[in-house]
Design a protein around this ligand. Structure first.
Ligand SMILES: Nc1ncnc2c1ncn2[C@@H]1O[C@H](COP(=O)(O)OP(=O)(O)O)[C@@H](O)[C@H]1O
Ligand SMILES: CC(=O)N[C@@H](CCC(=O)OP(=O)(O)O)C(=O)O
Length: 298
C-alpha cells in the first residue's frame, strides 16, 4: 500500500483544482520566460525549471524560454585568460569575446536546457537569433559618467547589439508544432557580424513581437526592492521610472525594468520580475494564487 493518507490526497486534489482557472487563463497563450544565468544554479534547480516548462506545455500554455548565462561566460573568459569589463550593465565585447559568448550561450547552455527539458519528457528546440533570420541586431553604444572626472563619455561596447527586427516565422512554426523554443541571445547584424545581446533585452523584444500574455524575468532577488530592501509587489510604468530616477533601482535592475517597460509598451499584458532560485518559481507564479515577485503593468 502506498503511504498516502486521505487528507494528503485531498490536498493534492485541491491544489490541482486551484490551478484550473489559471490554466484556462493561459490556455494557448504565449508566455516568455527569461532564465537568467544567476537563476540557473545547480542541476536540481535546472530540473525544477525544466519540469515547470514541461508542465506548462502539457497544460496548453506556449512557453518560449530565453536564457542568459552572464556568470558562465565570465567563468569561461577567465579560464581562457580573456579580460572582460562591463559598462552600463553590458559586457564590452571584442572579437575574441563574441566568439566565446556565442560558444557558451548558443553552444553549451542552450543545448543543456534543451536536454534537461527532453529528460523531463518535454519537446524543445534550441535556437539563437541568427536562426531563420529570427532576430537582427544593431550595434549599441552607451554613455557613462567617468567616476574620476564626473564627465559623461560614450563607451564603444564593441560587438554588443540590441534587437532591430524580430521575424515571427520560425517561432510561429515551432510553437504550432507544439515544441518549446529555447533561445540564446545572440543575433546577426545587417553587416553579417555576430552580436552579443543582453538576455533581458532579447526576451523583451521576443515578448513584444510575439504578443506574449506574460513576460517572466527570473533573477536572483525576490523582485524589485524598495530602499529598505523590501519587495514591492506591484508597480506601474510611471512608478518604475520614478524609482530609477530616485536611485532605488540601480545596476542590473535598470536594463531589466527598462525591458519590462519596452515589452508593456508593445502590448505584453504584464511582466513579472521574480526569484528564479525559488523551486518551481514559474509554476507558482503562473498556475497558483501565490504570485511571487514584482508585477509590472502599464
Ligand atoms: N531596487 C532593486 N531591487 C532589486 N534588485 C536591485 C535593485 N537595484 C539594483 N538591484 C540589483 O539588480 C540585480 C539583478 O540584476 P542582474 O544581476 O543583472 O540579474 P540577472 O543576472 O538575473 O539578469 C540584483 O541582484 C540587485 O543586486
Ligand atoms: C551584452 C551583454 O552584456 N550580454 C550578456 C549576455 C548574457 C546575459 O545577459 O546573461 P544574464 O541574463 O545571465 O545576465 C553577457 O555577455 O553577459
Amino acid at each position: 500500500m502506498p503511504d498516502i493518507t486521505l487528507p494528503d490526497v485531498q490536498t493534492q486534489a485541491e491544489t490541482l483544482v486551484q490551478a484550473l482557472p489559471h490554466m484556462q487563463r493561459y490556455d494557448q497563450e504565449i508566455v516568455v520566460i527569461k532564465y537568467g544565468g544567476h537563476a540557473m544554479g545547480d542541476p536540481a534547480a535546472a530540473e525544477d525549471f525544466a519540469e515547470d516548462v514541461v508542465l506548462l506545455e502539457q497544460s496548453g500554455v506556449k512557453p518560449i524560454v530565453v536564457h542568459g548565462g552572464g556568470p558562465q561566460i565570465g567563468k569561461m573568459l577567465e579560464k581562457l585568460g580573456v579580460k572582460s569589463e562591463f559598462a552600463a550593465g553590458l559586457r564590452i565585447t571584442d572579437k575574441a569575446t563574441v566568439e566565446i559568448v556565442e560558444m557558451v550561450l548558443a553552444g553549451s547552455i542552450n543545448k543543456q536546457i534543451v536536454g534537461t527539458i527532453a529528460a523531463e519528457g518535454g519537446k524543445a528546440i534550441g535556437l539563437c537569433g541568427k536562426d531563420g533570420g529570427m532576430v537582427t541586431a544593431r550595434k549599441v553604444s552607451r554613455t557613462v559618467v567617468d567616476p574620476d572626472s564626473n564627465i559623461e563619455k560614450i563607451v564603444d561596447l564593441g560587438f554588443v547589439g540590441e534587437p532591430e527586427t524580430v521575424n515571427r516565422t520560425v517561432l510561429d512554426a515551432v510553437l504550432n508544432a507544439e515544441i518549446t523554443p529555447v533561445l540564446a541571445p545572440v543575433a546577426i547584424g545587417r553587416d553579417g557580424q555576430t552580436y552579443n545581446v543582453n538576455a533581458d533585452t532579447f526576451a523583451g523584444a521576443i515578448a513584444g513581437a510575439m504578443n506574449a500574455k506574460r513576460l517572466l524575468l527570473l533573477t536572483d532577488v525576490p523582485g524589485v526592492l524598495n530602499k529598505d530592501k523590501e519587495l514591492i509587489p506591484e508597480l506601474t510604468v510611471d512608478q518604475c521610472r520614478d524609482l530609477i530616477a530616485d536611485g532605488t533601482i540601480t545596476g542590473g535592475m535598470i536594463p531589466k525594468v527598462e525591458t519590462c517597460i519596452y515589452a508593456l509598451e508593445r502590448g505584453v499584458e504584464a511582466v513579472v520580475i521574480l526569484d528564479g532560485k525559488v523551486p518551481h518559481a514559474v509554476l507558482l507564479e503562473l498556475l497558483t494564487d501565490h504570485g511571487a515577485g514584482t508585477l509590472i503593468r502599464r
